[in-house]
Design a protein around this ligand. Structure first.
Ligand code: CUA
Length: 350
């Protein structure tokens, strides 16, 4: 819960929290043990070997077998202890950086100095995030201005939120309750006020809360109307209009591998869609011309997320990490589509 008396650690309320705490405990114990050992030996030897009268100490033989063994031992043991930290830390890092494929998606936009949150179903909130307990939640984060950092200490997660880019953070809340959200990257005068609360609810309560949400329709629906409003459908074949041929087909696109004009391949993920709206000339799909105008300045970050969600909704994979076949070749001028080994889609940027 949010307010409590003095706590050494924040509450552990996610599936990863226990592992992070165990690693920290290990590092603290190792550091404490060696700090005390060294401090003790400094004092002990200072007393034991203090200068007495005019005694001249015996020279130490550096090349004795005993000296060599000692040096090897005191190199190997710290190496082993620190390698445990490294491997253990890396394994937690990998877990934290790879959201499960079936995670529930929520979009977060940071701006000076607030958090704007959008649920797929259409509900929107500011500085509050409602999530169901015991579900994998994947946040897609971006910023409208400067670098922020979205952190929920009770979940032991923090991720930089960057302008012009999507980053992801995932967690699985394990305890119903309310937990702090902090911005953990200095972002201007009111950085310290850029805070919020995560409400972890039972699935039933969450459904009720969602049901009471906005009447604006789901994010994908809002994205679709924005898509039509901006006139994207006059060129791109989409759910409504399957016939256009001048621009790449967006049906079934999301999550597949796209072949570009220069022969390189890219996975059609959130970042690719976003870039293609703002900087259409950056990546031209093989077989198409550089004819699309930029929509920079015409779509907000929130709007971009809705467009992404729309493209996702007409895609085959719903954002899961799969080895779906590449989008069907749209035109005869496309280069041959090489047979792609299963799993090659994982060569994406993530
Ligand atoms: Cu946003 Cu600090």
């Amino acid at each position: 819960m949010v307010e409590k008396s003095f706590q050494l650690f924040p509450e552990a309320a996610s599936s990863i929290a226990g592992q992070v705490d165990a690693l920290y405990a290990y590092m603290v114990l190792i550091s404490a043990f060696f700090s005390l050992l060294i401090a003790f030996l400094v004092v002990f030897f200072a007393v034991k070997y203090r200068k007495k009268n005019d005694e001249i100490p015996k020279p130490v033989d550096e090349h004795s077998v005993g000296g060599m063994v000692l040096e090897i031992v005191w190199s190997i043991i710290p190496l082993g202890l620190s390698m445990i930290m490294f491997v253990w830390g890396a394994s937690i890092f990998f877990t934290e950086s790879r959201p499960p494929a079936d995670a529930m998606e929520i979009y977060v936009t940071g701006k000076q100095w607030m958090w704007k949150i959008q649920h797929n179903e259409g509900a929107r909130e500011i500085n509050e995030l409602h999530v169901p307990v015991n579900r994998d939640i994947r946040l897609t984060l971006t910023s409208e201005d400067v670098i922020h950092d979205f952190s929920v200490p009770a979940f032991r997660t923090k991720t930089d939120v960057l302008p012009g880019r999507y980053t992801t953070e995932w967690f699985r809340p394990t305890k119903v309750g309310a937990y702090h959200i902090f911005c953990m990257e200095y972002c201007g005068t009111k950085h310290s006020g850029m805070i919020g609360t995560v409400y972890v609810m039972n699935q039933g309560d969450y459904d009720t809360w969602l049901g009471a949400g906005s009447g604006e329709g789901s994010m994908a629906e809002q994205g679709e109307s924005l898509f039509n409003q901006l006139g994207c459908g006059t060129c791109h074949p989409s759910a409504l209009n399957k016939q256009n041929g001048r621009c790449p087909n967006l049906n079934g696109l999301f999550g597949t591998t796209v072949i570009l004009k220069d022969g390189s391949k890219i996975r059609a993920d959130e970042s690719y869609i976003r870039e293609s709206v703002l900087y259409p000339q950056a990546k031209i799909v093989a077989g198409y011309d550089d004819i699309m105008p930029t929509f920079k300045g015409l779509v907000t970050e929130d709007g971009l997320l809705k467009l992404v969600e729309y493209v996702k909704s007409i895609g085959p994979t719903n954002g899961t990490e799969t080895s779906a076949p590449p989008a069907p070749t749209q035109t005869s001028s496309s280069p041959q589509t090489p047979a792609r080994p299963a799993g090659a889609a994982n060569a994406g940027p993530r």
